[in-house]
Design a protein around this ligand. Sequence first.
Ligand code: ARG
Length: 606
Amino acid sequence: MNLLTQLRSLFEPALTGLAPDRAKVPDLLGAIKPAANADNGDYQANCAMALGKQLGQKPPEVAKALVAALPPNDLLEQPTVAGPGFINLRLKPEFLAKALQEIATDPKLGVSPAAKSKTFVIDLSGPNVAKPLHVGHLRSTIIGDALVRILRFLGHTVIGDNHLGDWGTQFGILLYGYKNHRDDAAFAADPVRELARLYVTIKKQFKKDDDEEDGPTDDPLKKACQEETAKLHAGDPENVALWKTFMPACLEMLRPIYERLDVKIDYALGESFYNPMLPGVVEEMLAKGIAFESKGAIVIPNAKGVVPRTEEEQQKEEPPAIVRKRDGAFTYTTTDLATIKYRAETWKPDAMLYVVGSPQALHFKTVYAQAKRWGYASTEFEHIQFGSMLNKERKKYSTSGGGAPELEELLNDAVSHGRKRYEESVTDRREHGHEVPDLGADEVARIAETIGVGAVKYADLCQSRTTDYVFDLDKMTATTGNTATYMQYAYARTRGILREGGVDEVLFGSSPPAILLGEPQERALAMQLLRFPEAVEAAAADYAPHLITAYLWDTAKAFSIFYDKCHVLKAETPELKASRLLLVDLVSRVIKQALDLLGIRVVERM
Ligand code: ARG
C-alpha cells in the first residue's frame, strides 16, 4: 500500500488522456513526488510543466485541466494549483485514518510484495580467511546483510553467498609457518589461536610488510611462502591435506563475529570451490573469442572491449584483465568468471549484486562486461560499492597484524560504549525524578550488546554507501540524533507507554480502534507511518539502506513532536486514548521492523 503508487495510479488515466505521446506518461508520473515542504501538502505533482511543453500550452492551464480530469476518489482533498503549475496534493484525513487501520492488521505494515518477484544473488562479506578480518569486510557484511533483508521483505528470492578468499597466498604463509614454526601442543589445544599466531609471526618476518603477498619478490621468505601456495594450487597432496585441516579452524575464527553481528549467510562457496572449474573457463572464453593471448598470458579485454596494445592506447585505456598468467596460474578474475557461470547455472538469478569496496570497481567493470558477452547478457550485474571506514584522524582504519580478535575488539569497544550510555541514561533519568527499574546483570549486558552492535551497524548504513565515514563511538552511540541508540530508546519508550496503557499488539491485531487525527502532530505522524512502504521500496530500488535510516529518523522525530504535544495515556476521551495508543503501537512496530531490515535489534526496556 504505497501512497505514492496509489497517487500515480490515480493520475495515470488523466495523464494518458492528455499526453500527446503515451510513451512519455511514465516520466510524467515520475514527477509526482513527496512535497518538499509539508506546508504545501503531502505530495506534489510536477507534471504540468513537461506536459505543457509537449502540448504547447501554459503549465498552469494544463495543471488545471489535469486536476479536472482526475477521477472522483476518496484519497485527495481538492488539489490546488500553485506557481508555475505545481499541483499540491493533500490526502483526506478519513483516508489516512482508514489506511492506518489497515496497516495495523498487516504484519508487513503496509509493505506489499514487489509486483515482479525476482531472484537475487548477493555476494557479501567475502573475507580472506586465515588473515585478520579487515573492516572493509565488516562493511560488506553489514550492508550486504541489510540488502538481503530488505529484498526478502519485498518478497524477492535472495541467495546470500559468501565468496570467501580461502585459496589465496595467505595459505602459503600458514603452510610455511606450520611446517617450520608450529607448536604441536598449541595447535592440538587451540588450532585457531595457533594458526593466527603463525600467520602473524611469518608476516612480521617479511622484509616489507605490505599486503602484496603474491607480487614478485626478492624476499626469500616471501618466496618460500609463495612456493607453498603454488604447490597447494598444483594439488600437492601434503599441502592440500594441510589446507583441509586448516580450513575448519579458519572458519571458526569468523563464526563468533557473524554470530555477534546476527548475520547468517546462506552459502559460503569460497574461491577454492571454483578451483577445478578455472581451466574450463579459460578454454571457453578462448573458444568464444572473448579471451586472447597477450605476451604469453591469456587476457580479457577491458569494459570497452579493448585490449590496449600500443603505448598510446595503454596510456588512455583501462587495462585488460589476466585470466591465466604466463606461469599458468589463474587469477581473481578467472575465479569471478567461474563464479558467475556457477551462480547463473545453479540459481538462474535475475541479478547478481556484489557488495565490495570501491577499490575493486575496475575489476568488476571488466568482469561484468565480459560476462555479458560470454552469455549472461540478461543478468543485471551491480557492484554495490562502499567507501572506507576512517579513524578519528580521518585515516583509513585498518585491522592489520593482530588476527580476527581486532575486529572483535572493535565490537567490544562499541559494547562498552553501549554500557556507558545506558548507565548515563539511568543516572540522568533518576536525577530527573523518573522511575527506572533495576535491571539484572544479564539484561544490562544484553542492552549494552544491543546498543553497541546496533551503533556500529547503523553508523555504517546511515549515509550513502560510497562516502567514507569516521568510526567515532561517542557519536555513534549518542542518545540524540540519527543513531541506532536514539531509535532503540524511542522503541523502548513506545513499549513503555504501551505497557503502561495496558496494551499489547494482539489487542490491535484484528479490530483496531477508530483513528482520530484532529491535531496536526497526529496527522503528521500518521502520514509518516503510512510512508514506510515508500521508504522500503526506494531502498530496494536503489540498493540504498540509508533511505531506511532517513525514514527512521523522520519517524522518530514525528513521534517525539507528537508525544510532546498530545497526551496519550491522559487523553481527553477514551476514544482519543485508544486512537493515540494505536499510533504509538504503530510507531513501535514500524521502528522495530525498519531496524530489523537493517539487522539491528531492539530491547523492550532500557
Ligand atoms: N575476498 C575478496 C577481497 O577481500 C572479496 C570478495 C568479493 N567477491 C567477489 N566475488 N570477488 O578482496
